[in-house]
Design a protein around this ligand. Structure first.
Ligand code: ATP
Ligand code: MG
Length: 480
């Protein structure tokens, strides 16, 4: 064997994976691909793809990321662009953020950048801030048998695993090639060297980008045991990239799905945001249902959606509407998606309480409390989202009453727009709301003075054509 791939670039003396000469001739990549089609069974080989054989250009990379890599290289550390940025650039897209991987430890990175801080405990990384942009710098992760420190110690080079094999901490540092195989998916383990303009591929990531396949690195079951969230990531990237899921990557999911039950609720909430607020919520939902994984995020919703077509249509419509808003660059809130996901549950519970004799608003209020408390066992929902979600639900009752003055006030309420949109989704999904959606559509389009003119008049039909109502003598239970 001639010169190894690693020799010119790596300061680590001992590559842990088999190495081969650099495949620099055009076409060499394709030949290798034919030999190593199964990333789970065969050894990984490093391929270096030269500048003229890939489409990444520095002009599409954030200046801040380039600066970070150049400073690290200048101090003698290897530093690469990695992860989603390389993947998305190779696919011709615009990365949403730029992550850097380096051999420098978090402390060394921090010492080089005054505008940085070390974050995380389970997985220590450095955030380097440039105005509003944050460049996430991770130190190459290594194999755990290389760990020299005692488990449980804080800071530094350490790892900890649960009895089921879940990585509770992953701060063992290593070499580039070790880092590559510790990443989740082959297409997420490509490295771009902004000094030489080369792409480094240890795990057939380029091949999988070409095949449009989401493939976990290594033995799927073991990788899911180490971190069950990787199963959600598989589905998320399959949805986002419109890729197929590699057969072995998919096959291991049913046997491992239950491991998600051990993931802390706060981490599942972070993952929930990535699943549903990245512009591909509708297709992600279908994948979660197909692989029966929604069950681990929202068990009661999953159960409703599998047997109730109206509930499924509502949740799908909410996802599609969120995706459209993101595509149109409009703001979106997790509260709306949460309101839709938990609506079938809260509605069922409220109906149950009403049948027991509670007035509708009281029933909705208690049902909301119970639904949120039950959901929080699986996924934490911060109050800044649970409160507006609850208001959207309670508003559904308030929108049923269309007295003029009350209606005029509701239109001005800060939650009106979200609640009205939610009402329209319910109607589109086939819920029977007696057509109040179109009444509100017309009413809100009236000039404000017209709306107020109707104060005191009942308006159960077309706006402006209602009968007069007896003045109210007591406040309703409805909370404003
Ligand atoms: P995007 O940011 O577009 O959602 P991404 O691939 O950059 O996609 P991140 O969550 O930002 O995803 O993670 C950055 C990289 O870190 C990933 O590309 C992957 O290489 C690695 N990574 C993230 N989460 C895991 C995990 N649970 N296990 C192994 N590697 C991971
Ligand atoms: Mg990223």
């Amino acid at each position: 064997m001639g010169k190894t791939l690693f020799s010119p670039f790596f300061q680590h003396p001992r590559p842990t994976l088999p190495v081969r000469p650099v495949a620099r001739k055009p076409g060499a990549y394709v030949r290798l691909r034919a030999c190593f089609h199964n990333c789970h069974r065969l050894p990984f080989l490093l391929k270096v793809i030269p500048r003229d054989q890939h489409c990444i250009s520095r002009k599409h990379i954030s200046d801040s990321a380039l600066k970070v890599m150049s400073r690290l290289r200048g101090k003698g550390y290897q530093a690469f662009l990695v992860g989603g940025a390389v993947r998305d650039l190779l696919l011709g897209g615009h990365p949403k953020d730029f992550d850097v991987a380096t051999e420098a430890t978090p402390e060394e990175v921090h010492a080089l950048f005054r505008n940085s801080r070390i974050i995380g405990r389970r997985f220590r990384i450095v955030h380097v801030r440039f105005g509003r942009e944050i460049i996430e710098v991770t130190t190459f992760r290594g194999h755990h048998e290389n760990s020299t420190e005692q488990p449980g110690q804080d800071g530094g080079n350490q790892a900890r695993q649960s009895a089921s094999g879940r990585l509770l901490r992953d701060n063992v540092y290593g070499s580039l090639e070790e880092d590559a195989v510790r990443r989740d998916l082959t297409v997420n383990a490509l490295y771009y060297d902004s000094g030489t303009f080369e792409v480094y591929d240890h795990v057939h990531g380029m091949q999988d980008l070409e095949r449009r396949s989401v493939c976990i690195i290594g033995d799927p079951e073991q990788r899911y045991r180490e971190d069950p969230v990787r199963m959600l990531r598989v589905l998320r990237f399959a949805a986002k990239l419109d890729f197929a899921i590699d057969a072995e990557t998919a096959r291991a999911i049913p046997a491992c799905a239950h491991l998600l039950a051990d993931i802390p609720a706060a981490r599942l909430f972070d993952e929930f945001l990535k699943l549903f607020l990245a512009g591909h919520a509708a297709i992600t939902l279908d994948k979660l249902l197909e692989y029966r994984m929604l069950h681990y995020l929202f068990p009661e919703t999953a159960e409703c959606l599998h047997r109730d077509d109206t509930a499924l249509a509502l949740v799908r419509a909410a996802m599609a509407s969120t995706d459209r808003r993101i595509a149109d660059d409009k703001p979106v809130t997790p509260a709306f998606i949460l309101a839709a996901l938990l609506w079938p549950v809260v509605q069922r519970e409220a109906q149950h309480l009403e049948q027991r004799g509670d007035p509708p608003m009281v029933a909705m209020h208690s049902a909301a409390q119970q639904t949120i408390a039950a959901a929080a066992h699986h996924i934490s929902i911060p109050r800044r989202f649970s409160q507006p979600m609850r208001e959207i639900w309670e508003f559904q009752l308030r929108l049923q009453r269309r007295q003029g003055r009350r209606a005029a006030e509701l239109v001005e309420h800060r939650r009106f727009r979200a609640a009205y949109d939610f009402l329209l989704l319910r109607e589109a999904a086939g819920e029977d709301t007696e057509g109040i959606g179109s009444w509100w559509t017309e009413f809100q389009e009236l000039p404000p003075e017209e709306r107020l003119k109707q104060a005191g008049s009942a308006s159960e039909g077309k706006p402006g054509h209602g009968r007069r109502r007896r003045p109210r003598t007591r406040r309703s239970n409805a909370r404003t």
